[in-house]
Design a protein around this ligand. Structure first.
Ligand SMILES: *[C@@H]1O[C@H](CO)[C@@H](O)[C@H](O)[C@H]1NC(C)=O
Ligand SMILES: *[C@@H]1O[C@H](CO)[C@@H](O)[C@H](O)[C@H]1NC(C)=O
Ligand SMILES: *[C@@H]1O[C@H](CO)[C@@H](O)[C@H](O)[C@H]1NC(C)=O
Ligand SMILES: *[C@@H]1O[C@H](CO)[C@@H](O)[C@H](O)[C@H]1NC(C)=O
Length: 958
């Protein structure tokens, strides 16, 4: 958790500093007539802006000094301060402030601004200038001392003209899509006290040397800039006031090359979180006598010796989480002599040992995280002396034994308690009155049951409650819904909760509710108004979908595997913000209603109002995953799906859909990666366009009545022609286009692949799973040689068709193939030798064709020794068949009983989707370097659901 924790801390520095510099400016007045030239300049400026919420409505009349955001000087009447930063927004999940971009100004920043020559303060932050450049003329506002253009969708190069701003003390250009390859313009900003270029692309930038001459610099924020020691090296620095340096989320690997930093003795705050440090920290670190906060989490440090830190007598906050530290925690702690620490995070390392002996002495601690190590033993009673603790995180270790009231009875300051994923049992009296009011409880996979824990009744301030898989077999008491009605997220999944739910949960204000995998029965309750994620999957809910869903913000709805037997009501379509919908494995009947379309116009208008007209809006409807498999839905392929331009997963598997598969899928659903139409009654030919879907990685049309041939153009399935997908592999943190990164890529999806009746959970691997299943149709013709281009395929199933001709030799090029099924066709000729090149192959079925000749041998094929793979071919011989190949081939002498019929060996691939737990996001899907970056990027996005995904990613990293 290191990474975010220091963000607020760093922000705090920024704020302090800002106040120090600007808090005392009193040469301002607000009630005088402004100069008419400047008034004109302001009006011209206003005319260039698009101001959707009328933030500039006060900009009329003569006295421009009284206009909102404008401040004039007492003495001269000149406009000296222009504050157009968007301050609308809110704090999400108690942690980070997000601007409400519907209040953003956009449009053009007119050059009339240069008439405001007396400006010393300019703030245009959190607006949206649609990637236009930062105006060069800002460089001619020579009086500027404060310039803040952060989070404003600027693009292009940072204008070197900024070098003219020699009075500038505060420069914040963070989180724009801007870059600078040559930073020599910084050298002239000799008054600079704070520099924040976080999130700016500075990859490979040169001329950093002069930065060292900015002797007044107090704070340097270069968070997530693509820097490494090659370009960012300063041989000689003159920093005497520098207290804050944040170089988190860059590409530094060699701390020794950064010696200039370790020698800055005045530093109080230093963060190198999430770089690639993998060698010892230099001795020079020992000179940092002032350092109070040191963040080195998210590196690859193995050889960190506590002695390295011994001289840092002022150190109070230490984060070494997410490294590879190995060793006994007791030794580590003892040599660190850390009893003065307030915050210690050693989470996600390889530490072992137990808490005995030392834990009781850490009495200054307010935050302790030891999560995700190999710590063991019971939790000693001496932990009760840590009375100042606010956050205690011991999750993901091997602790066992009991935790009683005694352990916790003195921790009256505790706000966060995370003991999840240990084998501990919480044993408290039913009448226990806890001394704390927690806001975060994670006891997942601990033992709390079988009775519903009564002490939760007193936890009236909980925002996050995770008691999944805690062996509770009970009814949920009525007080629960009320006590936790103000929580944000509740996870009670994987218990044995029984009974009906309350009729209505409308009084709650929660946003995420997970009650999946319980025994709830009855109807789905009326839902809280602010809910955006609901998971009720795997219960026994029946009846209808509620009809009062009009106003909900629901983004993710999972009702998989219940007993719902309604038709899909229009109420579903009222969920305008839906991103993920899974209604699979129910008993739904009827058509997919055509109702989302009516939302299109208003939504589209909405977007174009908010976004400048030159920015094309490609996704008026947010739905990305539509999973309706295993129901009794009927009708033709739903035409109105063409409006779901963002759709990534479409799963209609196992229903009663009829008619043809429409060719417009390619044009209208260009983002589709997973298309599952298998086990329906589709007929007609497979449109060639389907084989041109560039990002499609999983196509399942099996078990329909489709006919036609396999086109040569199938090599246009580009995603299948690469082994992995670059989008997930990229190391370039800037390669993600802000706002266009599809949610489902971030969402882990469980895929159940049923091979031979076994359910395999692929979890996040689905992102890489590539499959083509056209089995059980009426396809005719040859298998084109071009099939060999689809080298990414892990599953190819063309069985049970009427394909004839040879098996193309190019099949041997499908190097990723794990499963190949060509059975029950009319294929003839010999089995290509190249098949033995497929080193990952573990399922093969060539039975019931007209193949002949010697079965190739060698390598992987040798392990596939089940004769049924080849049965039902009259001309095959050799291992593993009990038929020797005679020199003069005679094909009719061997014979395999038809009775051992083919459906026993049918290796079909039946695919369904489940929505994966949000919990796996972080560690599996986000490169460390993306997480926070996203976190910050998201406030620029118009799709609010991204925000929640990211927040979940961060909060739920497990
Ligand atoms: C500006 O005006 C304010 C109040 O009108 C006054 O308190 C302040 O002293 C003035 N500053 C200067 C520099 O005249
Ligand atoms: C630093 O980054 C540059 C440009 O991206 C690259 O050429 C260089 O090899 C990198 N140096 C190290 C030490 O990784
Ligand atoms: C270092 O900065 C101080 C001002 O803080 C200045 O007087 C001195 O000349 C600078 N030294 C060098 C070597 O640049
Ligand atoms: C960031 O800069 C590097 C080097 O100049 C460049 O290769 C990369 O494409 C840039 N990324 C973006 C998204 O502009």
């Amino acid at each position: 958790m290191m990474t975010i924790k220091n963000v607020p801390s760093a922000l705090f520095f920024v704020l302090l500093l800002t106040r120090a510099i600007f808090g005392t400016c009193d040469d301002e007045r607000t009630n005088s007539n402004c100069l008419s030239s400047e008034r004109g300049a302001l009006l011209t400026l206003k005319a260039g802006f698009v101001d959707p919420k009328n933030r500039l409505s006060s900009w009329e009349g003569h006295d421009c000094c009284s206009w909102r955001g404008v401040t004039c000087s007492n003495a001269t009447g000149h406009v000296v301060k222009l504050d157009l930063g968007n301050t609308y927004g809110r704090i999400i999940q108690d942690e980070v402030w997000f601007a409400d971009m519907s209040y953003a100004l956009h449009g053009e920043i007119r050059s009339s601004m240069i008439f405001l020559q007396n400006l010393y303060y300019l703030d245009l932050s959190s607006n949206n200038f649609s990637r236009s450049k930062i105006p060069e003329y800002i460089g001619s506002l020579k009086e500027l001392r404060y310039l803040k253009l952060a989070h404003s969708h600027f693009g292009g190069r940072i204008p070197p003209e900024l070098h003219n701003l020699s009075n500038l003390q505060y420069l914040d250009l963070s989180w724009n899509n801007i870059y600078s390859k040559d930073v020599s313009w910084l050298a002239d900003l000799s008054s600079l006290k704070l520099l924040d270029l976080s999130g700016v692309n500075l990859t490979g930038s040169v001329n950093w040397e002069k930065l060292g001459t900015l002797s007044h610099l107090q704070a340097l924020h270069l968070f997530y800039c693509g820097l490494n020691e090659t370009s960012f090296s300063l041989s000689h620095v003159n920093f005497t006031e520098l207290v804050t340096v944040d170089l988190s989320f860059n590409e530094f690997s060699n701390p020794v090359a950064l010696n200039w930093i370790w020698n800055i003795t005045c530093l109080k705050y230093l963060s190198f979180s999430a770089n690639n440090f993998d060698v010892r920290l230099p001795n020079a670190l020992r000179n940092m006598n002032s350092i109070e906060e040191l963040y080195l989490g998210g590196n690859n440090l193995v050889d960190m010796k506590p002695n390295d830190l011994k001289n840092l007598i002022n150190l109070k906050f230490l984060d070494l989480s997410e490294n590879k530290l190995i060793g006994d925690i007791t030794e580590f702690i003892e040599s660190l002599s850390p009893y003065r620490f307030q915050s210690l995070d050693l989470g996600e390392n390889n530490l072992y040992g137990n808490l005995f002996g030392w834990i009781g002495r850490m009495t200054s601690l307010t935050t302790l995280s030891l999560s995700h190590n190999y710590l063991s033993g019971p939790i000693p009673l001496s932990i009760r002396t840590l009375t100042r603790l606010v956050e205690l995180d011991l999750s993901d270790n091997n602790f066992h034994g009991e935790i009683t009231e005694n352990h916790l009875s003195r921790m009256s300051n505790l706000k966060k308690l995370d003991l999840s994923f240990n084998s501990v049992r919480l044993i408290v009296d039913a009448n226990w009155l806890p001394p704390f009011r927690l806001s975060y409880i994670d006891l997942s996979s601990c033992c709390l049951g079988p009775k519903f824990p009564e002490w939760l009744k007193w936890q009236t301030h909980v925002r996050f409650l995770y008691i999944s898989n805690t062996s509770i077999a009970d009814e949920v008491p009525v007080w629960f819904w009320h006590v936790f009605s103000k929580s944000r997220r509740l996870d009670l999944s994987k218990n044995n909760l029984i009974g009906p739910m309350p009729k209505s949960l409308e009084f709650m204000s929660i946003t995420q509710l997970d009650l999946s995998e319980n025994q709830f029965q009855g109807l789905i309750p009326k839902l809280p108004k602010n809910l955006y994620e609901l998971d009720l999957s795997r219960n026994a809910l029946s009846g209808f979908l509620p009809s009062n869903w009009k106003y909900l913000f629901l983004g993710s709805l999972n009702l998989k595997q219940n007993l719902l037997n309604d038709s899909i009501l229009k109420s579903i379509c009222q969920l305008e913000h839906l991103v993920f919908l899974d209604l699979s494995h129910n008993f739904l009947v009827g058509n997919i209603p055509n109702c989302w379309r009516s939302n299109l116009n208003s939504t589209e208008k909405n977007y174009s109002r908010r976004w400048s007209s030159n920015e094309s809006i490609v996704k008026p409807i947010a739905l990305k995953s539509l999973i309706l498999s295993h129901n009794n839905l009927s009708g033709e392929f739903p035409k109105h799906l063409k409006y779901f331009k963002s759709l990534i997963i479409l799963n209609l598997h196992n229903n009663n859909f009829v008619g043809s598969v429409p060719p417009w899928i390619r044009k209208k659903l260009p983002s589709l990666r997973f298309l599952l139409l298998g086990s329906n009654r589709f007929n007609g030919t497979i449109p060639n366009q389907l084989f041109k879907l560039e990002v499609l990685q999983l196509l399942d049309l099996s078990n329909n009545n489709l006919n036609g041939t396999l086109p040569r153009s199938l090599r246009s399935l580009q995603a299948l022609t690469t082994i992995r997908d670059d989008i997930f592999e990229s190391h370039d943190p800037f390669s993600i286009d802000v706002g266009m990164y599809p949610l489902t890529d971030a969402a882990p999806i469980l895929i159940e692949v049923d091979t031979k009746g076994q359910l395999l959970d692929f979890e996040y691997n689905i992102l890489y799973y590539k499959s083509l299943d056209l089995s059980h149709n009426n396809l005719v013709g040859n298998i084109p040689e071009e099939i060999g281009a689809l080298v990414g395929l892990r599953n190819l199933n063309l069985s049970r068709n009427k394909l004839y001709g040879d098996i193309p030799r190019s099949v041997g090029k499908l190097q990723s193939l794990e499963s190949l099924d060509l059975s029950n066709n009319d294929l003839s000729g010999s089995i290509p030798l190249s098949l033995s090149d497929l080193t990952f192959l573990n399922h093969l079925n060539l039975s019931y064709n007209n193949l002949s000749g010697r079965i190739p041998s060698g390598r992987q094929l040798q392990t596939l020794d089940d004769p049924s793979i080849y049965e039902g071919n009259n001309g095959l011989c050799g291992f593993p068949l009990p038929i020797e190949c005679s020199e003069n081939k005679t094909t009719s002498q061997y014979f395999i009983s038809e009775k051992e019929s083919c459906h026993d060996v049918y290796v079909g691939v039946i695919i369904g989707f489940a929505f994966g737990a949000w919990t796996v996001y972080g560690s599996l899907l986000f490169k460390k370097s993306w997480r926070v970056a996203y976190f910050v990027f998201v406030d620029n996005m118009y799709d609010r659901f991204y925000v929640f995904v990211i927040l979940n990613a961060r909060i739920m990293r497990k």
